[in-house]
Each structure stands twice: as structure tokens, then as C-alpha cells.
Design a protein around this ligand. Sequence first.
Ligand code: ZN
Length: 381
Amino acid sequence: MSLASIIGHDQTLRILRRSFAEGRIPNAYLFVGPPNLGKFTVAMEFARLIDCDDPHDLATPDLTDACGVCESCRRIDFGSHPDVLAIRPLTRIGTGAKVEVTEFEGATLTTDQVGEILGRAGMRRTRGPYKILIIARAETMNPEAANRLLKTLEEPPEGTVLVLTCSNPSALLPTIASRCQRVAFHPVPLATLEPALLDRFPDLAPDLVATVARLSSGRPGWALTLLQSPPALSVRRRLFDMLVAFPTNPLVSSLAGSEELLRLAEAWWIAINGEGAQDVLRRAGDRSRRVALADLFDLLSSALRDVLLLTVGEEDLIINRDVLLMLRNLARSTTPAKARLALSALQQVQRHIRGNANLRLASELALLQVMLVLRAAPVEA
Ligand SMILES: [Zn+2]
């Protein structure tokens, strides 16, 4: 990895590269923008640049980048760089050997985590010119931790750069925000994201890559995760196989369908979250399935939205371009009114899943409602 491998965020990278090339790196940055846009990835790559033993293109600030091969760069790859530390919000689950998970709703930065990383701020640097401390989703800090951070920001140790990422700056102490240089992140435009992904995945079907670019809503990291994971792509295909069968399956199959949906949710959780996901699934099955199921319902909703668009002749706007034939078939057997009903039924169940609804019942209800709507006698739009 390097700054050159980041998709989009050109303006942001220009600001960061120039501050490095001109030797004007502030004590603290606040990276602000919606979740999952790549703020954390950019923070890590910026750390790699400023601690690199041999950065290149120093005379051309817009191209300046880490070398990617020196000891410092490699240590960052292995997570063993003594001067580059990062913390993310966690939810602790299980007893005994505790497992910490970032993906669950309500995950927070603990006082211990913040205390530990700030404790390192005052220590001598081990190898690089800078010590870089990255605090992801800083707004999840409690007041005690925030006050400790504020003290560090008030008297910043020399050679230490703090990078806070945040998607809700109004939840952050104003005195913290005002001591950081603010850097804004925006969703990456489709016109940038799509060609970059097509370039990176020449072996995948272009329609599939174009679809994932649209599904990602400008989040390159999400798109890369999906395209790099054959198991996740296969879950999406199996999900759509279920959808195609809805208009003709007997209604009683919604029961078996909900079982299949929960199996797909588990497969999705493991495919998307990689190492350790199986263990988390075993210890916190309900919460893992809830997070994954919400993703699957998002995928189903995007397909039903496409069906709705096709019923009103707006083919240019559809997202799931790789399954156009399947969507056209569904659209032929339905009407705009029915597609709209199916979509709103799904959205309602999605809200229940984010709450506390029983997952099996909620999935069954969602499938039953969508099936009922898609097979009902034609209703005129
Ligand atoms: Zn290097």
C-alpha cells in the first residue's frame, strides 16, 4: 500500500502530501466525514509516508509517497512499527479470554485504550522522525478519556502527530476539535471509483465491478472488500437466486427461506470480516447475524429498487447491472405499485432488525411480505 494506491480523496491527499513535503505537519489532525470512506486507511498511509526512511518525489509534493520497501514501511505492514499506533472503538464480548469487536453498534473507545495510546505520546521515538497516534471514531470516547486527550493536545509532545477520525464532529468536545487541523472526507464520486475498480479487477466481469461501484455509495474500502471476496460475491448471488424464486415459490417456503437467509448472513459475516469472524460468530451469534442481515437486506432492497426502476422504464439508473436479465424478468411480472410495496415491506423489517426483533421471525416476515406482494394479483400503478 501507499498513498498512490488510495482510490479518490485527491484533494485530501494533496493537503497531506504538501504539509509533509513543506515540513509543516501540525500536532493533530481531525479527519471528518461519513463512516467507511477510508479515513483510517488514509491515516495509516500518511503515517507510512512521514515515517518512511526513503520517501520518493519529495520535489513534486503532489506525488510524494512512501517507498513501500524500507524497514519502516514493512513494519507498518506487519503492525509492528513501534512509533505508529492506532486504536478503534471496541465492544467486549464473552467471558474468559475476551474478544473485542469493532463492527458492533455501540462500540466505544475505552478509557484504558485512550490512556495507553496517550501514554505513548510522551515516550521517546524508537526509529522514525515522528510518532503517529491514530484514534479512530474519536467521538466514541467517554468524557474522562476526552479530557486526557485534551491535556495532550494542549501540550503536544514534540515529534508526535495525532490523527483523530470522526464521522460526527458535534459529539466531540469543541476544545478538542479546535486544536486539530480539520481535513474533510467526501464519498468518492462514481466517475472516479468505477474506472479505478475496473482497472484493479481486470479478471472480473465489468458489469459486476460496475455494480459494486454503485452499491458502495462512494466507499472504496467497502467495494474492495466485496470484490476481493469470492465467498461474499457468492452470498449475493445466492440471495438473488432466492429473490427470483419468490413469485413462484409456495408461501410456506418463507419458513425455509428464513433459515437460508440466516445461513447466508453467517456466511456473509465471515466473508466480510475475515480472520477471527468465526470466533465472534460463535460467541456473539445474534449480534453478528444482525449486522450481516442488515447488509443482506440492503442488497435485497437495492435489487427491488432496480425492479421498481425497470417497471417505470428507468434502466439507466439501476445499480445491479450484472443481473439485469433477472431483474427484467422480475419487473415483467410485477407493477410499479407492487414493487414499491415490496420495497417498503423490506425497509420496515430492516428497521426491526436494527432494533431488537427476533431475527428468525423478522426474516420470515420480510420474505413472506415480499413474496405476497410479488405474487399478488396485478395492482395498477
Ligand atoms: Zn519506506
